[in-house]
Write a protein that binds this ligand. Structure first.
Ligand code: FE
Ligand code: FE
Length: 397
């Protein structure tokens, strides 16, 4: 019997993870054909504003798939228009292939929430489910449970371990703005995106006003980080006015200090590689702390910020020896902005208004104590920063 796969999604943009998963699906489940179907309006995901048109997503998907006679790109959901409900798609595919076994592909999140889709039983009458899962043991037991539940209802469920290291489309859109997405895109897709100026690639991010910078930055942050960054901006401005640093530089550095924080360790390393940066051992082993370095690189290369702003971003997590006023401000503002809440934060706040250097020392000491307690490695820069302040006789009183 013919076996037809359905792989739907927003594909915004399509990336190497989608294509490898598609190829793997064809191979591992012996599909006669896999239909990749871009959704028109997804019921699961609202597309970000100024996303490409559905036709552009379709074009990109065609480029990404290239010549593969087992994979067909279908405009079925785009032609239908409106919200793309899977039960309708599956019914249409069933009409096209009345005698085939139809496999509907999905990731684990979608599978685990399958009950909440529209008309799930109708889907199961026409198709088997094929779930791509990752090797996470916690996840596997949940998936097995759910599989057994559906099978009891008479449905067929296939599991395939997804061997692909994936990137989310959201992170890919960030990487596009930072000009380091190429390794995640199939040949031709990157050029298409740049040619059409999609995902902000056609925008000039240099010389933005502070208000423009704020709106670009907040769109790139994870939503739960926005309040922190805006808090930092306000605090950094106040500290700059009080301690005689440039309030504009302070606000720009504060806005950009966590610009790459959303990227995981692997993406941090990719960014460094794409920017031609060689890393020391500490950074390679602790890629999560890299967001200060990668943030500073993005601030310079993408946003065209000046040396003072770039340096303040670079030292904001670890500190360093002999920091200037702006660097101290960004370090301390990050620690004490109004959304921060931890034992000792009030003392640090009071200190910051009277003695910025003492506040910096307090922040460094607290960080190092916490890292030691957690048995984590301490960055050589932090140790040097603290040693420098101790030698200078800085005291917290
Ligand atoms: Fe940070
Ligand atoms: Fe921060």
């Amino acid at each position: 019997m013919e076996r037809i796969g359905i792989y739907g999604g927003t594909f915004n943009p399509p990336h190497i993870g989608h294509i490898r998963a598609a190829e793997y699906a064809v191979q591992s489940l012996g599909l006669s054909k896999l239909l990749m179907i871009p959704s028109c309006i997804s019921p699961h995901k609202r597309l970000p504003e100024d996303s490409p048109t559905p036709e552009q997503r379709m074009e990109m998907l065609k480029l990404a798939v290239g010549d593969n006679d087992k994979i067909e790109i279908s405009d079925l959901e785009l032609r239908r228009g409106s919200t793309s409900y899977t039960y309708e798609t599956v019914e249409e595919v069933r009409k096209l292939y009345p005698n085939a076994e139809i496999l509907l592909f999905m990731g684990t999140d979608m599978f685990l929430s399958f009950d909440s889709w529209k008309n799930p039983d109708q889907i199961l009458q026409n198709a088997a489910l094929a779930v791509f899962y990752r090797g996470d043991p916690g996840e596997i037991s949940k998936i097995r449970e759910k599989k057994a539940f559906f099978e009891e209802k008479g449905a067929a469920v296939y599991l395939a371990e997804n061997p692909v290291t994936d990137i989310s489309s959201t992170d890919l859109r960030r990487m596009l703005v930072f000009s380091c997405a190429e390794s995640f895109l199939c040949p031709g897709v990157g050029a298409y995106i740049r040619q059409k100026g999609l995902y902000g690639t056609g925008k000039n991010y240099q010389n933005l006003s502070i208000e423009e910078l704020e709106s670009v930055v907040t769109a790139l942050l994870k939503p739960n980080r926005v309040a922190h960054v805006l808090g930092c901006r306000r605090t950094a401005k106040e500290l700059a006015e009080l301690h005689g640093a440039d309030p504009v530089d302070a606000q720009r550095a504060a806005l950009l200090h966590d610009i790459t924080k959303a990227l995981d360790g692997g993406l941090q390393l990719t960014l460094c590689r794409e920017y031609g940066i060689k890393l020391d051992d500490f950074s390679t082993n602790n890629p999560k702390t890299l967001h200060a370095l990668t943030g500073s690189l993005v601030a310079r290369r993408i946003f065209g910020e000046n040396d003072a702003v770039v340096a303040a971003i670079e030292s904001h997590t670890t500190g360093k020896a002999d920091m200037n006023t702006l660097e101290k401000i960004i370090y301390v503002a990050d620690y004490m902005e109004p959304n921060r809440d931890f034992p000792g934060v009030e003392q640090l706040r009071q200190l910051a208004w009277t003695d910025l250097t003492a506040a910096l020392k307090m922040g460094l000491e607290m960080t190092l104590a916490m890292l030691k307690e957690q048995g984590r490695e301490i960055s050589p820069e932090s140790q040097m920063a603290l040693d420098f302040l101790s030698k200078k006789g800085v005291e917290i009183c």
